[in-house]
Design a protein around this ligand. Structure first.
Ligand SMILES: Cc1cc2nc3c(=O)[nH]c(=O)nc-3n(C[C@H](O)[C@H](O)[C@H](O)COP(=O)(O)OP(=O)(O)OC[C@H]3O[C@@H](n4cnc5c(N)ncnc54)[C@H](O)[C@@H]3O)c2cc1C
Length: 330
């Protein structure tokens, strides 16, 4: 691609917005086609957390990914776009010695961390946790603001339509209009995979919005408690995986009652929730099965970010944007 080449990006979540941002910075003209529906990236408060799950797994790209995400938050601020966030560190309480040993085994040498003695733990953390790991480079951010900020600062043109089909150089919209470009990158997330009739693994999830956050530092084991732009969140459930998006791709995921009970139980284990008011809920779907690169039809794709969209999405998008531009001679 030569400077001024035209890149079409389908999907304007964190994946598509990040691809647009990096491609535009490298000199490409970018058009994002985004239906603006069911974006998982609009999660009100996402953790930027390098140590995952209940065994403390760390993706080899985690540190580079989180540093890039924070660098983008800074770049957006410099461009006049404020993204609500907290670079406060993330606290991962651990219930027993066995789990602590698993976490310790998985921690790579270069990842800053500290096991907190009882006296140094956040006051809001419930008693009874055997260990607590502080990841000082982690934090939280407002997913919708971050995504919208990247898109705005990229300067990309945005077409608010659904793409029906696409190939290496064209995107056909639902209304039949055809857009042409030098390359196409598909970043449609879970809903887009559902619309395309793909059978990829998806997991619905819901978080509760709260009138305040009991802790300034996110707390995470099983569920997470974190501040948000307005109040806080307690998230998120993991519903049973499904193959594809149910129905015609328009239903908002439900919150089954047992999941609500599970979530509140996990929240109570992290902190005393008495006096905290639930103000609403937000639901989305995560798509598993990372794909980042060129497809057999010549188009490009970044999808399947699972629960790590804000940890790895911008980093992988930078790689994909770079590869697209390099493949086209830029
Ligand atoms: C409950 C929950 C909690 C989460 N918590 C965290 C967290 O704490 N930390 C973290 O890092 N990640 C978290 N995630 C995961 C994160 O939200 C996702 O990994 C990320 O948002 C995926 O981004 P994406 O750009 O691939 O897809 P999406 O954000 O879903 O964006 C896809 C966009 O493409 C559009 N689109 C799709 N198909 C088409 C089409 N054919 N034509 C036009 N437009 C189309 C959609 O309308 C949508 O706007 C969470 C997810 C959920 C559901």
């Amino acid at each position: 691609m030569t400077p001024g080449s035209h890149l079409l990006v389908v999907g304007g979540g964190v994946a598509g917005a990040s691809v647009a941002y990096f491609a535009a910075r490298a000199g490409a003209r970018v058009t994002v086609i985004d239906a603006g529906r069911h974006a998982a990236s609009h999660v009100p408060s996402a953790l930027v957390n390098p140590v995952r799950g209940q065994s403390g797994q760390v993706d080899p790209r985690a540190r580079e990914g989180l540093r890039l995400t924070w660098a983008l938050v800074d770049a957006l601020a410099e461009a006049g776009v404020g993204v609500p966030h907290g670079r406060t560190g993330v606290v991962r309480p651990v219930p027993d010695d066995r789990t602590q040993q698993k976490f310790a085994r998985n921690l790579p040498p270069g990842l800053p961390h500290r096991w907190l003695p009882a006296g140094d733990r956040p006051a809001a953390l419930a008693p009874g946790w055997t260990h607590a790991l502080l990841l000082p480079e982690g934090g939280w951010l407002d997913g919708a603001a971050f995504t919208a900020g990247l898109l705005a600062v990229s300067g990309a043109g945005v077409v608010r339509e659904r793409a029906r089909t696409w190939d290496a150089h064209t995107v056909t919209l639902e209304n039949g209009e055809r857009l042409g470009g030098d390359a196409v990158v598909w970043c449609g997330g879970a809903v887009g995979a559902g619309w395309a009739g793909e059978a990829g693994v998806q997991r619905a999830g819901t978080l509760l919005t709260l009138d305040r956050s009991p802790s300034l530092q996110p707390l995470s084991f099983g569920a997470y408690l974190a501040p948000a732009a307005a109040g806080g969140v307690l998230g998120a459930t993991f519903e049973a995986p499904t193959s594809g998006w149910p129905g015609q791709g328009e239903q908002t995921p439900t919150l089954p009652l047992p999941s609500l009970g599970w979530l509140l139980g996990k929240g109570e284990a992290l902190t005393d929730l008495s006096g905290v008011r639930v103000t609403g809920r937000w639901s989305g779907r995560r798509l598993s099965g990372l794909v980042a690169g060129r497809q057999p039809d010549g188009s490009w794709r970044l999808s399947g970010l699972g629960s790590k969209g804000f940890l790895l999405g911008p980093l992988l998008a930078r790689h994909v944007a770079g590869d697209v531009l390099a493949a086209r001679g830029m």
